[in-house]
Design a protein around this ligand. Sequence first.
Ligand code: ADP
Ligand code: MG
Length: 272
Amino acid sequence: MAHGSKQVHGIMKRIQLAGGNLLKTQNLSKFFDGLKALNKVNIEVSKNSITLVIGPNGSGKTTLINVISGFYKADEGKVFFENKDITNKPPHEINKLGLVRTFQIPQPLKKLTVLENLLVAAENPGEKILGSLKREWIKREEELVEKAFRILEFLKIDHLWDTEAYKLSGGQLKLLEVARALMRDAKLMVMDEPIAGVNPVLAENILSKLVELKERGVSFLIVEHRLDIILKYVDYIYVMANGRVIAEGLEDEILNNPKVVEVYLGATHGEA
Ligand code: ADP
Ligand code: MG
C-alpha cells in the first residue's frame, strides 16, 4: 500500500517536473585550480517543491548553491530561473528575481533586534529611498513593518520582535534567516544546512514551517546532511559525489541505490 502510494507520488513528481520547473542547471561546472568542484551538474527544482541535495563532505553541495545564487562564477554550463538565463548574474540581481539564498546572521546584525533585521533585509542595494518625499518614505516604512510582523507571526517569533538577535537560540536564529528571505519575497529559497546544530524537536518545527510555506507557493532547494530528520519533508533528492550528481529520485530509490550507499559508507570510513 505504502509502496503503491510512493509510486503514484513518483509518477506525479515526474509529470510535475515535465510540466515546468522553477530552476534548472545545465552542465554546470566550477573549477578551483583544476579541481572539478562541480562537474556538469544537471538539476531541476520544480515549482512548489522541496528539493534536497545530499552527499558526503566535499562533494560540491555548497559550491552548487553558491554558483546558482551568483556568489561564485560558473566556469561552464547554465542556470535558468523561471526559464530566464541567470548564469553569472550578480547576486543582488538574482536575489531581486526571487531566488534568495539564506545566510547565517552575520555578527554586526546580531546587535540589531529581530524586527530591525527584517527591515534591513528588505532594503535593496542600489535602490535607496534617496530623493523620495518624506511622506512616501514613512509610508514605505509602515508597510515594511506590517509585512515584517505578518512574517514573524507566521513563523511564531513575533513575541521576539524587540529582542537583539544575539539573544536568540540556534533554532530561533534559523527562523530569523527564513524571515529575512521572506522579506525579500523569495520564490525559491536556497538553504545550506538549515537545521545544522538545531535540536531534533526544533528542527522538525522549522521543517514543518517550510512545508507550510511550500503550500503557500514558496519552493526550496536545500543542502542538508542530517538525513534522519529531513528526508520525510522533501519531494525530490539529488545525491552528489566528487562534483557530480550520482543519483536522483525519491527517498526509497535513493536509499536503495548501491552507488549512494557506497559513497556514504566510503565517506564514513574516510572520516572516522
Ligand atoms: P560540500 O558543501 O559538499 O561539503 P563544497 O562545495 O564546499 O562541498 O566543496 C567542494 C570541493 O571544492 C571541495 O574539495 C572543496 O575543498 C573545494 N572548494 C570549495 N570552495 C572552494 C574555494 N573557494 N576555493 C578552493 N576550493 C574550494
Ligand atoms: Mg557545504
